[in-house]
Structures are given as structure tokens and as C-alpha cells.
Design a protein around this ligand. Structure first.
Ligand SMILES: C[S@@+](CC[C@H](N)C(=O)[O-])C[C@H]1O[C@@H](n2cnc3c(N)ncnc32)[C@H](O)[C@@H]1O
Length: 342
């Protein structure tokens, strides 16, 4: 069987982490802005990419998409010539559901042009609709296409367009477990990236002392580690318990400024602490936020590692930053930071 040509998209900053995960499935062809292109066996395993926001089959690529409105014709020609049968077949082999009722197109375009994203979407959408015999649902005027359609994605960078077809029915970042939420809850693929950077091994004790709705512990539950999630807010713990029902995670209400754990007993601390922006520190951290770091350093085993999502590049006092990965997410710029007690 020939390999499928695929592209996985992700949060800005974690492209290399995603590329590393992709290596377990296939061969990385290119790592670019918010994407990793790769070839892999067309198999539902691609839907298991934890650090990707979404994954697509590449149906066509073409050049000559300049700034002029007439260049939209080159896009129409590229879509008219694309091997749609192969794209649809690879999508289904990768676990995409057949029998979709409609199609929609979403475009991103960098640089000033004489056309906008809706012009691009409608140019490709009308050709796709004719070739596939499906009604095209435009996103013009911010209309939301109905769920369950065949979703196409156009990416225009410089003068090149990539036409790609989403494999799952809804984006990979929308985890089915996440029914209950809390303010400041983590984007699941970012939580998955934090866990990959933490290099969790089977048998490790992994602690998230500010677990909120439980994203980090739930994403860690399949690693074979002993996972513990705690939070000072009983409502947050209730949300985590609801989201993580039936998963092997130990949940508790605890103040991260006075953790009910013995010294040197935790192999990995993964944490998205309250930064006093979206979420204020409470309990013992309200007056002394630094206690968090004193406590996680106390419970951490000598060979342990802390991976935190921090508001900037500066490590907390008393800790050394071994690796930093700045990310960009919904207008904020936090930093995944690997810390060791200094
Ligand atoms: C940014 S949120 C964490 C979100 C979480 N990672 C998620 O995905 O839902 C910060 C969390 O810290 C908790 N928190 C605030 N003060 C705390 C303290 N003293 N001890 C433990 N948790 C605390 C808040 O209740 C909140 O759930």
C-alpha cells in the first residue's frame, strides 16, 4: 500500500514536539509554521496524535497564487486537477467517516492580496462541490457550516497553496472527555506536549498539584504512570473527576502550598499554575505564590523533573530552566519550561 501524504496542524511553538510524535507513525517531510507534513501508512493510528490540533490528507499543492484576483483561477485549476478519489480513499483508511452530507472550506492566507479568505474558500468550494456532487456551505459572513460535512483546508504561504481534507469529523483538539471545564483550562494538545517534554515513563509517579478540570492528569492516564491530580478548589476537582471518570488517576482536594505528600516521592510534576491573570492563586498560594515551587521541589525525587507552563521565560526563584519552548495560544505567549531545583 502506498503511503498517504498528510499534514498535522498544531499550536505555534510545539511543531518540533509534534514532529517527534509523528516520527512514531511515519516520515516527517517538513516542519513549518503551525504544521508538520509527513507520509505514513493510511491507518486510523493518525487520529491518535495527541499534540496535533488536527490532521488532514494533502489533496493538492500548487504555485502561482500571487496577489492578483486572477490568481484565484490557478487555485480553481489545482482543485479541478486534484486526485480527489485518492484523497477520499486515504481519509477513510485513516478513520474518516464516509457518507458526508455537505462540504465546507476554511482558508488561511499570509500577506496582502487582492482577495480575502472567503474568496479563496468559495473559489475552491464551488469546484469541489461540482466534482463531488455535494452542496457547498460557505463561511462568508462568519456563517458556521453544519457539523459532519467534508471539511477542506486551504493554506496559502508565499505563492503556494495546499489543499487538504480533514480526516476526523471534528478537530482532534476537541477531546470527548472534556465535558466539565474551569477558567484557564488547558488546550489538550498543549497538555499533551507538556507531558511529552516531561518524558514520563511507566511506573513514574506524576503529579499535577493545580489540576483544574484535569487535562494534564487525564492526558497522562495512558502512559502507565501512577498519576495524581489535586487542586485547592473542590469544584475544580469535581470537574476533573467527572472528566476523568474510570481513568486510573488519583484525585484529591489539596493546597499546593502544603502538599499532603512525602519528600522525594514524585518523579514528574506537570503544572499549569495560577498566574493571577485568568485564575488567582488561592489558599496558601494567595499570599505566598512561591510556596508552590518550594512544595513541588520538596516532593520531587532527586532525579525528578518539573515541566510547567509559565507566563514568561523567567524561571521561579530557586529553580533552573533546562529547556524553554515559547508557544502562542489565543493571543497569549506562555512558555513550556523544564525546571530542576537549582
Ligand atoms: C490555570 S488553572 C489550571 C487549569 C488546568 N491545568 C486545566 O487544564 O483545567 C490553575 C488552577 O490552580 C488552582 N489553584 C489556585 N490556588 C491553588 C492552590 N493554593 N493549591 C492548588 N491549586 C490552586 C485553581 O483552582 C485552578 O484550577
Amino acid at each position: 500500500m502506498t503511503a498517504a501524504r498528510l499534514v498535522a496542524r498544531c499550536v505555534r511553538g510545539i511543531e518540533e514536539v509534534l514532529a517527534e510524535e509523528v516520527c512514531g507513525l511515519g516520515t516527517v517531510q517538513a516542519v513549518g509554521h503551525r504544521e508538520v507534513r509527513f507520509t505514513a501508512r493510511a491507518d486510523p493510528a493518525v487520529l491518535g496524535l495527541t499534540t496535533a490540533d488536527d490532521v488532514f490528507v494533502i489533496a493538492a499543492e500548487a504555485g502561482g497564487i500571487g496577489r492578483a484576483r486572477a490568481d484565484l483561477n490557478r487555485l480553481r485549476c489545482a482543485v479541478a486537477a486534484a486526485d480527489l478519489e485518492r484523497a477520499l480513499r486515504d481519509r477513510e483508511r485513516c478513520g474518516g467517516m464516509p457518507g458526508v452530507p455537505t462540504l465546507d472550506v476554511s482558508a488561511s492566507v499570509l500577506g496582502r492580496r487582492a482577495f480575502n479568505r472567503y474568496d479563496l474558500e468559495d473559489a475552491a468550494g464551488t469546484v469541489l462541490a461540482r466534482r463531488l456532487g455535494l452542496p457547498y456551505r460557505s463561511r462568508r459572513a462568519d456563517a458556521r457550516p453544519p457539523a459532519g460535512g467534508l471539511s477542506w483546508r486551504l493554506t496559502v504561504v508565499d505563492d503556494r497553496v495546499t489543499v487538504a481534507l480533514r480526516i476526523p469529523g471534528r478537530p482532534l483538539h476537541r477531546r470527548s472527555y472534556k465535558a466539565a471545564s474551569v477558567p484557564g483550562t488547558l488546550h489538550p494538545p498543549l497538555a499533551a506536549a507538556i507531558l511529552r517534554v516531561a518524558e514520563i515513563g511507566a511506573g513514574h509517579v506524576v503529579l499535577d498539584p493545580c489540576c483544574g478540570a484535569g487535562t494534564l492528569p487525564i492526558e497522562a492516564a495512558g502512559t502507565g504512570a501512577r498519576v495524581v491530580g489535586s487542586d485547592v478548589d473542590p469544584a475544580a476537582v469535581a470537574a476533573a473527576v467527572a472528566n476523568g471518570a474510570d481513568l486510573p488517576v488519583t484525585w484529591s482536594v489539596a493546597d499546593a502550598g502544603a502538599l499532603p505528600l512525602r519528600d522525594d516521592t514524585v518523579d514528574r510534576v506537570v503544572v499549569n499554575p495560577p498566574w493571577a491573570r485568568q485564575v488567582v492563586p488561592r489558599g496558601r498560594l494567595a499570599a505566598h505564590p512561591h510556596r508552590l515551587w518550594r512544595e513541588v521541589s520538596r516532593v520531587l525525587a532527586p532525579s525528578g523533573r518539573i515541566v510547567a507552563l509559565l507566563p514568561d521565560r523567567h524561571p521561579p526563584a530557586g529553580l533552573l530552566a533546562e529547556r524553554t519552548i515559547p508557544v502562542s495560544l489565543f493571543g497569549s505567549h506562555p512558555v513550556i519550561t523544564v525546571l530542576r531545583p537549582g
